[in-house]
Design a protein around this ligand. Sequence first.
Ligand code: NA7
Length: 542
Amino acid sequence: MAEREFDAIVVGAGFSGLYMLHKLRGLGFTAKVIEAADDVGGTWYWNRYPGARCDIESYDYSYSFDEDLQQEWAWSERYAPQPEILRYLQHVAERFDLRRDIQFETRVERAVWNDDAKRWTIETDRGDSFSARFCIMGTGCLSSFNRPDIPGLDDFAGPVYLTGQWPHEGVDFTGQRVAVIGTGSSSVQSTPIIAKQAERLTIFQRTPNYVVPAHNYAIPPEEEQAIKANYAQLRATARESAVGSGRILPRTPVLATKLDEETFRADMERRYAVGGLIGFTGAYADITVDPAAAERMEAFIAEKIREGVDDPETAEKLIPRSHHIMTKRLCVDIGYYENFNRDNVELVDIKTTPIERIEAHGLRTSERFYEADALVLATGFDAMTGSLERIEIRGKGNQTLAEKWAAGPITFLGLMSAGFPNLFLVTGPGSPSVLTNMVSSIEQHVDYIADVMVMMRDRGAQEFEPLPACELAWVEHNNSVAATTTLPDANSWYMGANIPGKPRVMLPYFGGFPAYRNICDEIASECYSGFSIDGQATACDV
Ligand code: NA7
């Protein structure tokens, strides 16, 4: 079969793939994006469950690369709902005429490195074969859905909905008894809306999460104008923020453990009033390193739960006890706790009374049977590595990426893996990605990848990859940074602990966005030290 040739094949047409395509075109590279869905959007195409919205503020969670775009686009709410983010990405695709280089409804099945030609051959489920010097994975960090292996799941007679693959026509739960499994962000966002429709809603909780209020609102014109007048400042703040956000509430300069009770409470109330990730992330320097600091914050949240939930038994079930705050991603809610005050909502603690089996008309726990007409799985994702390992990516020596990563992902900077030349991972494992505003991280990676490609073109080089010793040093550095925190103790998707059999390693880099960016920039300024070009460790000879 004739191969179609490009400088780059980009996999995925979400935030990463769209910007990558635009960037490459601007630099004179030929590129094609392959996308499994029938439209752009990535995460925001698939996650259409009721209440789906971003937990980063809308003016932050948007591209910064084009001044006219950021000035012209108006976000309606503090936290943009999924349909609006999808419309934004559709607008971007049209504005920059991106669709003509995107092949939709096509899944990349295989990417094989040809060491003679120094090119990738990329094959799809439609029988296409593309040849490209570079293969760029914009496959997303939370895109491989985790369908849990619960006995009897296939016996359920009613519809089974996955939050991450929600039907595009929507779902009407009116008059139905609905069971939801999972209590992460997707459940926290969707269940208050499902409860308003359903006759009965039963939420099956394995682990309660820390949930903070969104305090969402419609953005008034004065606020929009003020943000846009200072957009450059907001973006600069984002670049210097540990989590890549421009509107983060600054860190309290005193450790949580050192504040007297009155000051601590006042500070937490102030943060609670702001709400969202921006109110709490990085609030105190000791929060992720000293369990005593975390416990102070946790006690405050527990009080809020007890205040907000009428039934004391339900409130106690909702208070997290098995992990420290911030060791899993905080959930940002609109009406989650109040939802449990409704007569038609029930919480089942499946840690105490596990689901034994799913039957045709409901779920049987060790305690009793719960009838259900519809089942919602809000059970998360095989995060960061899942979508990469599901593609057969074969590098040098015919090794697959999944084989190389059998004991956990090995990358340099979360960008590349040795033995897989010219294969770039946008926000791959080992980069800060999911611990940041994803759009900030995506833009940083896309710009970096494009710079490498320009450098290669200028040098007439064909092959770029990390040195094995350097990537191992990076993995060690990532692990040692994580080891200074309480994060490795939690059964989180950051640790791969939500997927049975997945190696337990810290997936994102916890060193913070500015530190990470500085390391990347320093490496680039040293002619990409830590990488090899055409088989030679790099040297500043051009
Ligand atoms: P999450 O946050 O991974 O939540 C998944 C939930 O599903 C969580 O409560 C899990 O419990 C639960 N789960 C997973 N597998 C099972 C099984 N087998 N049985 C019972 N319960 C299960 O995914 P979300 O989609 O909500 O959010 C993902 C990210 O998207 C979020 O962090 C934001 O960044 C946006 P567990 O906690 O593992 O005990």
